[in-house]
Design a binder for this molecule. Structure first.
Ligand code: SAM
Length: 474
């Protein structure tokens, strides 16, 4: 039976409740009266239930769909302003014992070169990332208790945080590794990780078991209950996601929101972020072999509906998506994007030396622009690229972060912090045209800081950044 307060996967992602939700949504997809009521509730900016949001997702009325997109844009603007946070993935090791049928790192793939970076290689990667201007990374590994034990991840985190090349620093390392124990989550928390990210891949148990035929990841319950263990281990920011293309997107959408509601119901705080990856071509993976691929229009609708359903949860999009697609969804709800990404082990340092091709890549990236190109593009689109990592360093995590978000106060911190970290980027890493565009944007943005005192302080800090000081934050 469906019970969002239960910590059992079969109860908080109850299959019958998902199916009943899909039926309810289908029956009401042209029920304008109900859709209006849901939109009225959504306009309060406090979110929607999975049932309500599922009706919006399948709504067929073009006028109402326009309202849905406009509302998503409005909520995005109110909660996140025009800031976009930048990050890059860092692949430590592609050893993996699982059999995920959509991932080229699956254990049966004998021709993909296996690589696990040494601490020295990680150092080189981090320096390459710092030289691009990155301050925030997401660590990725395959699951392999022998090659990638938790000790390896912890040691790598220490290395990553210890490197300060020129003015560079990784100030927040998020971690995307396989489901693990409460004890290991506690160790990750102690190592100072940012968000713990784990994609569910699919919430449909039957499909999940087929798509993960072998290895520890086969265990649906263990995987689905991972965020509960992470929170029990003291990790306050967790990131959800499904891999769109594996199962019906309507099923995933409803279940993803049920997962978010479950975390909120039990731990008082919903997910910090939601990622929306779509399956991509990779070494021995052909995305066309999966029946549930979604086109760009449905993808945009999913993002808009997530934005409306969980307004205070950040949304992430990676370089799996093209420049055009990213542009479209930025205004609908995305708050974080990766830039200049490499999905291969050792890809950043290799890129500099141009030694080897990317044989170890996890999937093909669509957006191949450099970080500087992405930054300039964002500025030209009117966004403020942000390298801010202040919240978690100031203890604004978990329920503290959410409560500031829900009161729509986060802007007060994020806006000046975004401006200051952009200034750091411009001073240290930007190409001349990016610098010129960035200075202009900053000049305009400072004037929009409402609190006079904070505005003056920001101006003072910006001056000091220009004179070589770093790491100011509110
Ligand atoms: N190994 C970890 C686990 O078991 O959860 C997570 C790290 S994995 C390197 C990161 C994510 O990449 C996976 O969770 C999956 O959703 C995604 N991924 C795998 N194969 C992909 C493909 N062919 N296209 C797009 N994304 C893919």
């Amino acid at each position: 039976m469906y019970n969002p307060k239960s910590t059992k996967a079969e109860e908080f992602i109850d299959n019958n409740e998902v199916l009943a939700t899909l039926k309810y949504a289908e029956e009401n997809k042209n029920n304008i009266e109900l859709i209006d009521k849901i939109l009225e509730k959504a306009r309060l900016g406090k979110g929607l239930t999975h049932r309500e949001a599922s009706v919006l997702l399948v709504c067929e009325n073009s006028e109402k769909n326009q309202e849905i997109f406009s509302l998503a844009k409005k909520i995005k603007q109110e909660y996140y302003g025009n800031r976009i946070v930048l990050f890059a993935p860092l692949y430590l090791s592609n050893y993996c014992v699982n059999g995920c049928v959509y991932c080229p790192y699956h254990a049966k793939n004998k021709h993909i070169p296996r690589k696990k970076m040494t601490q020295d290689e990680i150092r080189k990667e981090v320096i390459a990332l710092q030289d691009m201007g990155h301050k925030r990374i997401a660590i990725e590994t395959g699951e392999d208790p022998v090659n990638n034990p938790i000790e390896y991840v912890l040691e790598s985190l220490k290395t990553i945080y210890s490197i300060h090349h020129k003015n560079g620093a990784i100030r927040r390392a998020n971690v995307n590794i396989a489901a693990t124990t409460v004890e290991n989550y506690r160790k990750l928390k102690e190592a100072g990780i940012g968000t713990y990210i784990l994609f569910q891949e699919t919430y449909n148990k039957e499909s999940y078991e087929k798509l993960h035929p072998t290895g520890p990841k086969h265990n649906y319950e263990y995987h689905t209950e991972a965020m509960d263990r992470a929170m029990q281990g003291g990790i306050e920011d967790v990131g959800l996601g499904v891999l769109f293309g594996l199962e019906s997107y309507k099923y995933e959408f409803a279940a993803l929101l049920m997962h978010a509601q479950h975390l909120e119901a039990v731990y008082g705080v919903g997910p910090h972020t939601i990622s929306v990856p779509r399956i991509k071509h990779a070494d021995d993976i052909n995305p066309d072999e999966f029946d549930n691929g979604i086109d760009d229009d449905i993808f945009a609708k999913i993002i808009a509906c997530i934005r409306i359903a969980v307004p205070y949860t950040g949304m992430i999009i990676s370089t799996r998506e093209s420049k055009e697609c990213r542009k479209r969804v930025l205004e609908l709800g995305i708050s974080q994007i990766s830039g200049g990404s490499k999905t291969s082990v050792g890809g950043y340092a290799e890129q500099e030396s141009e030694e080897e091709p990317e044989e170890t890549a996890q999937f093909d990236v669509s957006d191949r622009r450099t970080l500087d190109e992405v930054i300039k593009w964002l500025i030209e689109l009117g966004y403020v690229p942000s390298f801010c990592t202040a919240c978690y360093r100031e203890g604004r995590v978990g329920d503290r972060f959410m409560s500031i978000c829900k009161q729509q106060q986060i802007h007060k911190f994020c806006h000046p912090n975004a401006i200051m970290t952009l200034m750091e980027y411009l001073e240290d890493y930007a190409a001349e045209p990016t610098k010129l565009a960035g200075y202009k944007l900053i000049e305009k943005e400072i004037e929009t800081i409402e609190d006079e005192k904070r505005k003056e302080l920001t101006k003072e800090y910006l001056e000091r950044i220009k004179h070589g000081e770093r790491d100011f934050r509110f």
